[in-house]
Design a protein around this ligand. Structure first.
Ligand SMILES: NC(=O)C1=CN([C@@H]2O[C@H](COP(=O)(O)OP(=O)(O)OC[C@H]3O[C@@H](n4cnc5c(N)ncnc54)[C@H](OP(=O)(O)O)[C@@H]3O)[C@@H](O)[C@H]2O)C=CC1
Ligand SMILES: CC(C)(CO)C(=O)C(=O)O
Length: 313
């Protein structure tokens, strides 16, 4: 079996640092974080703390020469992916396995188109709600990483990642149908991330208020409809399967999109509602809930950059 000995991470944010700290502990110097020179300088000067503990990550600038890694993990936001791919170029070789932990349904294809890599495992993480506050990352539950080959089950690449995660203490799952798993998670993000960003609401609002939860599911049902036409069979059961997951998230936690809005960062709305509306148009399926969410979140993003008028009294 191929053994993964070297790993490079691109994206040391909430998710990257949470899983990266376990890999750092297991692999030591063989686990590297690649970033542009400016970020490396900041990380080196300010450090990164995960659940209050400083993690001695090994940083490497994207301009430094590097041997291809056995595994490259992407954990940036969707809009940051093109630059992240460029930053990781020196670390991706012919035999490098790639995992993309990004939410949404487009990052793996984007990486494949940009790199031509033939070892991309489709993946996502679930039951983790990680929060980033500057150089401090917090999470309650580490959740698990779901991954798998798009075409077949039980490949050598899957086995290599499984063995690494087992050794590094990273919970994982290799579902029979990874595309179904990824679309189901996408459906949940379309519901919870976007409504939480608009309402500026933490999980307890959705755990306690029926109306808020119904709004989440109304956005999710639009994904069920468009997914069917894309050959992904999601059902009401899949929608309901996310109820206990939402219920078990830390009441005080925030979705990654709510964190973006609070920090006035660009959100992933193009990859959530934007994608649902695009597929709705393609297949002639109305997606009114996502159309409204798209408009509202785009306005919220634009409002970061306008100044409020002086008050006259
Ligand atoms: N947070 C969560 O609980 C969950 C998030 N997700 C998904 O995971 C993905 C990542 O989210 P999250 O971790 O929250 O996002 P963050 O914004 O916390 O982290 C992204 C990190 O990537 C870094 N970065 C951006 N561009 C580059 C680049 N070109 N090279 C190197 N590093 C770069 C950023 O650096 P800098 O610090 O300088 O901004 C930041 O630290 C998203 O798709 C999200 O939807 C999935 C499940 C749960
Ligand atoms: C599932 C959820 C909502 C938290 O894990 C997430 O994926 C996110 O915040 O982006």
């Amino acid at each position: 079996m191929k053994k993964i000995k070297t790993v490079t991470l691109v994206g040391l944010g909430a998710i990257g640092a949470a899983y990266g700290s376990r890999l750092q502990q297991f692999l030591g110097e063989s686990f590297k974080v690649v970033a542009d020179t400016e970020r490396v300088k900041r990380y080196t000067e300010q450090g990164i703390r995960v659940n209050g503990e400083e993690v001695p990550f090994r940083y490497i600038s994207s301009t430094e020469p590097a041997e291809p890694a056995d595994l490259v993990i992407f954990a940036v936001k969707n809009a940051e992916l093109p630059q992240a791919i460029e930053n990781a170029r020196n670390h991706i070789g012919e035999n490098t396995i790639i995992l993309s932990l990004l939410n949404g349904v487009s990052s793996e294809e984007e990486i494949r188109r940009a790199t031509g890599n033939a070892h991309i495992l489709y993946s996502m993480c679930v039951e983790i709600a990680a929060v980033r506050d500057g150089q401090n990352i917090h999470y309650h539950s580490i959740g698990r990483i779901c991954f798998g080959d798009k075409e077949q089950y039980g490949t050598k690449d899957e086995e290599a990642v499984r063995s690494l995660f087992e050794d590094a203490g990273i919970p994982y799952e290799i579902p029979q149908d990874i595309m179904h798993t990824i679309w189901a998670k996408f459906m949940f993000n379309v519901g919870i991330n976007q409504t939480s960003a608009v309402l500026k609401a933490r999980y307890h609002v959705f755990q306690q208020l029926k109306d808020a939860h119904e709004w989440v599911e109304s956005a999710m049902y639009e994904v069920v409809k468009v997914a069917e036409r894309e050959g992904i069979h999601l059902t009401e059961k899949d929608v309901h399967s996310y109820r206990p997951i939402l219920h078990n998230l830390s009441p005080d936690g925030q979705t990654s999109m709510l964190q973006d809005v609070v920090a006035k960062r660009k959100t992933e709305v193009e990859y959530f509602a934007g994608k649902v509306c695009e597929l709705g148009k393609k297949h002639g399926i109305p997606t009114p809930v996502n159309e409204q969410l798209y408009k509202i979140i785009r306005i919220m993003e634009q409002s970061y950059y306008i100044h409020s008028p002086e008050r006259s009294n």
